[in-house]
Every structure is written in structure tokens, then in C-alpha cells.
Design a protein around this ligand. Structure first.
Ligand SMILES: *Cc1c(COP(=O)(O)O)cnc(C)c1O
Length: 463
């Protein structure tokens, strides 16, 4: 097809404006399996399909925008983590990435545990039948009511995040006649993001108790004295979207160093360490994530080696992947509303959602890719910015991407790798209704989180 729909539009051969893109891909219709859920493909007409269902059908039945989640892929990724770590370790899915009752049931069935960090997440987990002893409760400011609820429910562990919380949880557990299993979250002075980590001065954050200055050792000392607590281990979470294992190496070294100090001072070996989550996924073809078995092997080797050096028996390891399980399993399906070419710059493609269903681009400058989904096209690539319908110029979904030059209103486009931190961070900005999550599996599709309605909005507005 020709580009006649937008004769004034910038051509890829023009001098391109600044941006986070490289040259246009050779084939705009190709779907890089790194960034798309496993059952995604194109049918003989070029329409994007997932689990054997084409997106035009999904859009018709469920509307747009919608998060389309590949259930088989979710289960496969959960299982891959579970299998990679084997029976000597625990995998806690980080519920904040995306949580719903269906997700809780899948996790339960696949043998994973679950991290929650609020009363709402705890309620969701319990209401979908996750056994309390497989739930870990996190957060830097759990309310007394949340702590009480978690202790009463019998959660497997509470991760203590401050000196005050040590006392608070001990007190609440004791008043309920219980002894709560706890881990102590420490900050090891490592902060990792994507390909790099920095190993100085990262105690300057709200989470955890710094290892520096003996504060973590003092926290353990205090916790060990309290009857309401059973200290089972040390917790460290160093960042997110990490590809480089060297940050975990330094973290494990420092956590094991603390275990050794604890053994030397108190004569006990804490039985568990948790190395957190943060493993990266591919948002674009430039990202190269590792497979769960490689991560499991690397982490297990690091901990084993460090413990041998410290002459400690190897503790039970746990990890907390969120994004790495759910992120790649979903894409957001949008309908194109307007296509606005800006001469010499780029073409603005407006969709029927935006920062209310994906805040990550605005919040973190996150990178995404995008594809024309309702058809294929042989038109020339056109440099685009996919934007939403909100009243903010920062309302950007995909900052820089190439789409076919014949893109037109009414086309469906899909943004892959939106399973994590998109629906869970969604808002009602501009009173836009939050999209549904549609799970597709084996040729069937069903809503697992329904679309918000104006009635939902008005129900909260009681003035
Ligand atoms: C956010 C978080 C995770 C999960 O991070 P991902 O990047 O989604 O893997 C795990 N543990 C803790 C403590 C977290 O705060």
C-alpha cells in the first residue's frame, strides 16, 4: 500500500528527530518472540492472534482498550520458575505486578507462593484460596490493622522493614497469643537497574534497614529478643528490570556476611534468605533477559559458594519475581483514534487509553514496542509516538516506534509486555474507565477483571 493517507508525514528516510530508536525494523509485521506472549502470531490474513483467537474478534467482544493475557504463557512462566528453583527454594510471585483472583488460583495450582504488600492484596489472595502460610507480607508502612489481619490469617512470613515495625509486629503477635515468622529486610548498599548496578550509598531510600553502621545486626539482635517473633531469615531486594547478575552477587555476599555475624554473635544459623525480585524482561528487541533456569543456577551457586566460604550451611533461598512472570504474558489492545503527522518530527498516533492504563512511560521513561494488530501492511515505516487521550502532553504510551505509513483511524494496535505494572498501576485520570483483563487460553477468552463502568465511578462519588 502507498503512504497516501498521510502525504505530509515524516518519512523514515528523512533526518530523524532525537529519540530512543534505532533504524526501522526490516519487517514491521514480524513479531519478535522475545517481547510477545508465547501464543501470539498472525493468521493468514495478517491479523494478530493469541491462543488461536484474532484480536478483531477480541476487540468486538470485549472492547478496547483491553489487556489481553495469555494464560498458557503465564502458567508456563510460573512453572518454569518453580521448576528452575526446585524443592530447595521457594518462588514468591510479587502480587503488586498484577494481582487478581484468577492469577492467585493459577499460582496456587502451579506451586508458587505469593508476596502481598497491602490489606487489599492480602484480601485478594485469601479470597481466591491461597493458603495463608504461602503468603509473605511486605511493605515499608504496614498499618497496625494490616499487621493484625496478616497475623490472624497466619501468613507464612512478615518482612520487617523498620525498627518500629519489629516492635509493632512482635506486640500484635504476642497480644494474639502467636509467634509470627518474620524476615528482616536489609539494604545491602547495592542498587541495580537494568544493565548496571551501583554499590555505594544506596541506603538512601525508604525500604529496609541498612547493613551499614551495624543497623541490620542491631535489628536482628532486637528481634531475637522478642517472644512474638520467630526470625527465619534475611531479605534483600536490590531493584528492578535487572539483567546483570553481579548486583545479586554483591547482595548475596553481604547477606551471607550478616548471617555469619549472627552465627558468631548469637550461635544460631538463620534458615532462610530471600534475594527479592527484579529480574528483567524484554520490552523491546534490544533487551536480552535470562531464562529462569540460568537465574536459578547463578543465584544458587552464589549463595552456596558464599556460605561455604563462611562455613555456614546453605539456607533455603527464596526469590520474588513479579514482572518476569506476568510482564511478557499480556499486551494492550488499543484502537487508533487520530493520526497526526508533524512535518519533520514524527506522527502522533492517539489511542483510546493512555497514561491511565500504562503510566510506566510517563513515570519511568519506560520503553515499549508496538505493532499494527488488525492487519498486516507493506507500507513504508513511519516514525510514531503512540499517545493517549488524557489532558497531559506527557501522556505517552510508546515514545518512539515505527508503524506502517498507512496506519489509519480504526486500526487496532497492540503494545506488548504490558502484563506487569500496567493494570496494577492504572488510574481513573480524566474519569477514564480502567480496561478489563481478558485471559485467553486454548481458543477461549474470558474476562478476569472486568472493565470499569461509569456506574462504578459514580458509586464512589457520594457527595
Ligand atoms: C517490586 C518487588 C518485587 C518484584 O519486582 P519485579 O521487578 O516485578 O520482579 C519483589 N520483591 C520486592 C520486595 C519488591 O518490592
Amino acid at each position: 500500500m502507498s503512504r497516501s493517507a498521510h502525504p505530509a508525514g515524516p518519512r523514515h528516510a528523512d533526518v530523524l528527530p532525537e529519540g530512543h530508536y534505532s533504524a526501522p525494523p526490516a519487517d514491521l509485521n514480524a513479531l519478535d518472540p522475545k517481547v510477545w506472549a508465547r501464543t501470539v502470531g498472525r493468521d493468514e490474513h495478517g491479523v494478530l492472534t493469541v491462543g488461536g483467537i484474532d484480536v478483531k474478534q477480541l476487540a468486538e467482544e470485549f472492547g478496547t482498550p483491553a489487556y489481553i493475557l495469555d494464560e498458557a504463557d503465564f502458567r508456563a512462566r510460573a512453572r518454569a520458575w518453580r521448576t528452575a528453583f526446585g524443592s530447595d527454594a521457594d518462588v514468591f510471585y510479587a502480587g503488586k505486578a498484577f494481582l487478581s483472583r484468577a492469577v492467585v488460583r493459577w499460582l496456587h495450582e502451579e506451586g508458587l507462593n505469593l508476596d502481598v504488600c497491602s490489606g487489599g492484596e492480602l484480601a485478594t489472595a485469601l479470597s481466591a484460596g491461597m493458603p495463608a502460610d504461602r503468603i509473605a507480607f511486605h511493605g515499608n508502612n504496614k498499618s497496625p490493622a494490616e499487621i493484625e489481619r496478616a497475623v490472624r490469617a497466619g501468613v507464612g512470613r512478615i518482612v520487617l522493614d523498620s525498627f518500629q515495625e519489629i516492635v509493632r509486629v512482635a506486640h500484635i503477635a504476642q497480644s494474639l497469643g502467636k509467634r509470627q515468622r518474620v524476615q528482616i529486610r536489609i539494604t545491602v548498599g547495592v542498587e541495580a537497574h537494568t544493565h548496571e548496578f551501583i554499590a555505594t550509598a544506596h541506603e538512601d531510600q525508604k525500604f529496609g534497614i541498612p547493613l551499614a553502621g551495624g543497623q541490620a545486626a542491631e535489628a536482628v539482635r532486637r528481634a531475637l529478643q522478642l517472644d512474638g517473633l520467630e526470625v527465619i531469615g534475611i531479605h534483600s531486594h536490590i531493584g528492578s528490570q535487572i539483567f546483570d547478575m553481579s548486583g545479586f552477587e554483591v547482595a548475596a555476599h553481604r547477606v551471607v556476611g550478616l548471617l555469619r555475624e549472627i552465627r558468631d554473635e548469637h550461635g544460631i544459623e538463620l534458615p532462610e534468605i530471600d534475594l527479592g525480585g527484579g529480574l528483567g524482561i524484554a520490552y523491546t528487541s534490544d533487551d536480552d533477559p535470562r531464562e529462569p533456569h540460568e537465574i536459578a543456577k547463578a543465584l544458587t551457586e552464589i549463595v552456596t559458594r558464599e556460605c561455604e566460604a563462611a562455613r555456614l550451611s546453605t539456607p533455603r533461598i527464596s526469590v520474588e519475581p513479579g514482572r518476569a512472570i506476568v510482564g511478557p504474558t499480556a499486551f494492550t489492545l488499543y484502537e487508533v483514534g487520530t493520526v497526526k503527522p508533524l512535518e519533520g518530527l514524527r506522527t502522533y498516533v492517539s489511542v483510546d487509553g493512555g497514561m491511565s492504563d500504562n503510566i510506566r512511560t510517563a513515570l519511568y521513561d519506560a520503553e515499549y514496542s508496538v505493532a499494527l494488530a488488525s492487519r498486516s501492511s507493506d507500507a513504508e515505516p513511519m516514525l510514531c509516538r503512540v499517545v493517549g487521550k488524557h489532558c497531559e502532553s506527557g501522556d505517552i504510551v510508546v515514545r518512539d516506534a515505527f508503524l506502517p505509513g498507512d496506519l489509519a483511524p480504526g486500526d487496532l494496535i497492540a503494545v506488548p509486555a504490558t502484563g506487569a505494572y500496567c493494570r496494577s498501576m492504572a488510574s481513573n485520570y480524566n474519569h477514564v474507565l480502567r480496561p478489563p483483563v481478558v485471559a485467553v487460553d486454548g481458543g477461549g477468552a474470558r474476562v478476569i477483571v472486568r472493565r470499569e463502568t461509569e456506574e462504578d465511578l459514580l458509586r464512589l462519588d457520594v457527595g
